[in-house]
Design a protein around this ligand. Sequence first.
Ligand SMILES: Cc1cc2nc3c(=O)[nH]c(=O)nc-3n(C[C@H](O)[C@H](O)[C@H](O)COP(=O)(O)O)c2cc1C
Ligand code: SF4
Ligand code: SF4
Length: 270
Amino acid sequence: MNFAIFYFSATGITETISSHIAAILEREGNAVKLTNIITPESRQSQFDFSEFDACIFGFSVFGGRLPHVADDWMKSIDGKNLKCSMFFTYGARELELAHQVTYYLLTQANFQVVLSAEFIGKHSFSVAEGWSLAEDRPNQLDFDIAAEFALQSIKRFQTDIKFNIDLSEFTYKRKRIRETKGVFATFYPSRGKDDCSMCDLCEKECPVKAFDAISGETNRKLCIMCMRCVTICPDKVIHVGEASQFFENFVKQTGLTEDVVEQKRSKIIY
Ligand SMILES: Cc1cc2nc3c(=O)[nH]c(=O)nc-3n(C[C@H](O)[C@H](O)[C@H](O)COP(=O)(O)O)c2cc1C
Ligand code: SF4
Ligand code: SF4
């Protein structure tokens, strides 16, 4: 079969899981096209989904939902009744409405969603000094579940089983986007006074065109704090603030100690 995996990945976690799924699909004799929809340009491309026998969508979870640009992208595509499965990566806290929103939007976009899954990955904020959550994830167990998800997706693409997610309590509301204040503002990136080789990657790869390579600052009204610029800067000169006090409070509030995170499992939602 001919598959496509479309994923939104800022710090590379969803990309890593996508590549692993692709390797399993290929091992089973299928062709796979992988596309990261992180840049505005990639999301503006006209995709012809009828080229494929089925699709897999992978998204990172931001604030218990998807990044708003991923929502908008799903509203712009037409699956023409193609089967798909979907998965999410999250930093060990919660997925909240991620499955429901995505199931709803993909169904509205004329896809038949047949399977879902969730994988724990290193929390994007771990780029900050003093913040460390799920640093060693995905681990072998997570990859094993991703492999099983790939095999189960193939099975469901070949039969007519329907994936039923309970949407009885769900109404779609677009996430309100506003400039973040308080402790979360720690995570706005900046190059500060450092010199750099001006490769422009921070500007080109920002999913919302918020980063200005010349000034080295982000537009706080646009930035979604995805941590892509921090991760991909080859000179490693883009930084966020120190987060140890915030992290300490976060662990107190959520109970996410290292032991608790270690016990958290990725899973397939049948
Ligand atoms: C702005 C932002 C919000 C996030 N919100 C959540 C969340 O609500 N729950 C959670 O468990 N992880 C959350 N995370 C962590 C990411 O979901 C997780 O690290 C993910 O695997 C990153 O994948 P990526 O590198 O492919 O973008 C958040 C990360 C960012 C940057
Ligand atoms: S990605 Fe880094 S090195 Fe490249 S322009 Fe941006 S700050 Fe400079
Ligand atoms: S400026 Fe903000 S939105 Fe753009 S890549 Fe950096 S963290 Fe992500």
